[in-house]
Design a protein around this ligand. Structure first.
Ligand SMILES: Cc1cc2nc3c(=O)[nH]c(=O)nc-3n(C[C@H](O)[C@H](O)[C@H](O)COP(=O)(O)OP(=O)(O)OC[C@H]3O[C@@H](n4cnc5c(N)ncnc54)[C@H](O)[C@@H]3O)c2cc1C
Length: 327
C-alpha cells in the first residue's frame, strides 16, 4: 500500500483547539479532513497498515484533547450524504408512514433534525441544538429530552482493523450489538485511537406533520438557550447519577462558578465547564477531579465523566500551580 503521506496532503501539528467546541487541545501529529467515505476508508486503512493510531472526530463537541496533543493520524470527518429509503412497493400500497434514513457518520445532527422536520420526517427532533455528528452520537448514545439515538438506530457500518494483519475490513452491526446505554456504548468503552470507525448509520423515521415538527424543534432550542451557557464547552461534563442531577450535587458542594485558570464551573449550569478564554485541558481536568472529590466526600456519589479525554494525557503537559486558582 502507498504510504499515507504520499497519498494524502496531510497537515502536520494542526492545533486541535481550532476544532473542538471547548477551543482547547494541543497539536494533532498528522491531520486530514475528508468529505467522502471512500477517502475516509483509504486514509484509515493506510494509517493502520503503517501501524499509526487513528482518531476520528466530527463536531469535536464531546472531547477534551490533551495539551500535549494527539499522536498519529487525526481525521476530521465531513462525510454527510444521506438518503431516505421508503419500503419497497409503497407507491403501490400507498404506505409511506415510515422510512429508513441511511446517513454518513459525519452528518451534523442539528442540520439533519431541521432538514427531516421540514420534509415531514420524525425521529431526530431531540437532536436539534446538539453540536455533534451522527458518528459521535452513536459512540456516546447522545440524547436529550428523554430520547436517545438508540431509540431510532437500526444498524451501523463499521471499518475495523483485523487484529493479526493490521488490514481493514467493513462490517455491519445491528444496533443491539452496540450495547448502548446512558451516554455509552460498546465502542465508547474502547480507546478512541484504536476503536473501529463508524462509516454509516441506518435510522428509523416516522411520518410527521412538518409544522408540528418545526414547533417541537423551536421549543427545544428555546429551552437550551435559557438553560445552557454560551461560552465554549463540551456540554454536560458528568453523566447524571441515578435519580439525581450532577449539576445539583456540584452546586450543593459550593463549586458553581469555581475557576482553575480560565476553566470555570459555569455560573449558569454547574454540570458545564466553560472556557473563559485561555483554559488548558489540564485546567478543565483539574476542575473535573475537584468536583468529583467534593461530591464523593459529601454525598458518597462517584460522578462519571460524560466528556471523553483524548490524546497524550500521559505526557507531562503544561500545568498551572494552585496559586493560579481564582474562585
Ligand atoms: C453546547 C453543547 C450541548 C450539548 N448537548 C448535548 C445533549 O443534549 N445530549 C448529548 O448527548 N450530548 C450533548 N453534547 C455533547 C456532544 O455534542 C454529543 O455527545 C455529540 O453526539 C458528539 O458528537 P461529535 O461529532 O461532536 O463527537 P466528537 O466530539 O467529534 O467525538 C466524540 C468521540 O466519538 C468518536 N467518534 C466521532 N465520530 C466517530 C466515528 N465516525 N467513528 C468512531 N468514533 C467516532 C471520537 O473519536 C471521540 O472519541 C453537547 C455539547 C455541547 C458543546
Amino acid at each position: 500500500m502507498t504510504p499515507l503521506a504520499e497519498q494524502f496532503d496531510l497537515r502536520r501539528a494542526e492545533p486541535m483547539a481550532r476544532h473542538t467546541s471547548f477551543h482547547i487541545g494541543g497539536p494533532a501529529e498528522f491531520y486530514l479532513r475528508v468529505d467522502t467515505i471512500a477517502i475516509l476508508e483509504q486514509a484509515v486503512s493506510a494509517a493502520w497498515a503503517e501501524g499509526l493510531p487513528c482518531t476520528i472526530f466530527s463536531g469535536g463537541s464531546n472531547m477534551l484533547v490533551a495539551d500535549a496533543g494527539i499522536k498519529g493520524l487525526v481525521i476530521e470527518n465531513r462525510c454527510k450524504a444521506y438518503r431516505i429509503e421508503t419500503p419497497k412497493g409503497d407507491a403501490v400500497n400507498g404506505d409511506t408512514s415510515s422510512a429508513v434514513l441511511v446517513v454518513e457518520s459525519g452528518a451534523s445532527l442539528a442540520a439533519l433534525a431541521g432538514e427531516l422536520a421540514r420534509a415531514g420526517w420524525s425521529g431526530l427532533e431531540w437532536a436539534t441544538g446538539i453540536p455533534g455528528s451522527v458518528g459521535g452520537a452513536v459512540i456516546q448514545n447522545a440524547g436529550a429530552w428523554g430520547q436517545t439515538i438508540a431509540d431510532v438506530l437500526l444498524e451501523i457500518e463499521l471499518l475495523e482493523k483485523d487484529a493479526g494483519s493490521n488490514k481493514s475490513r467493513t462490517r455491519r452491526w445491528e444496533a443491539r450489538q452496540l450495547r448502548q446505554g446512558y451516554r455509552t456504548s460498546a465502542l465508547r468503552e474502547m480507546p478512541a485511537s484504536t476503536r473501529p470507525i463508524v462509516l454509516r448509520a441506518w435510522l428509523q423515521l416516522q411520518r410527521g406533520n412538518p409544522a408540528e415538527l418545526k414547533r417541537r424543534l423551536a421549543a427545544y432550542v428555546q429551552k437550551r438557550t435559557l438553560n445552557q451557557p454560551r461560552q465554549p464547552s463540551a456540554g454536560s461534563v458528568f453523566r447524571n447519577p441515578p435519580g439525581d442531577h450532577a449539576g445539583r450535587l456540584i452546586e450543593a458542594v459550593g463549586l458553581k462558578g469555581h475557576r482553575i485558570g480560565d476553566a470555570q464551573i459555569s455560573v449558569q449550569h454547574a454540570n458545564f465547564i466553560v472556557n473563559l478564554g485561555e483554559a488548558s485541558a489540564q485546567d478543565v481536568w483539574s476542575l473535573v477531579k475537584l468536583a468529583q472529590k467534593a461530591v464523593q466526600d459529601r454525598f458518597d456519589v462517584l460522578l462519571v465523566p460524560e466528556i471523553e479525554r483524548i490524546g497524550a494525557w500521559d505526557t507531562r503537559a503544561r500545568t498551572r500551580s494552585s496559586t493560579s486558582q481564582r474562585s
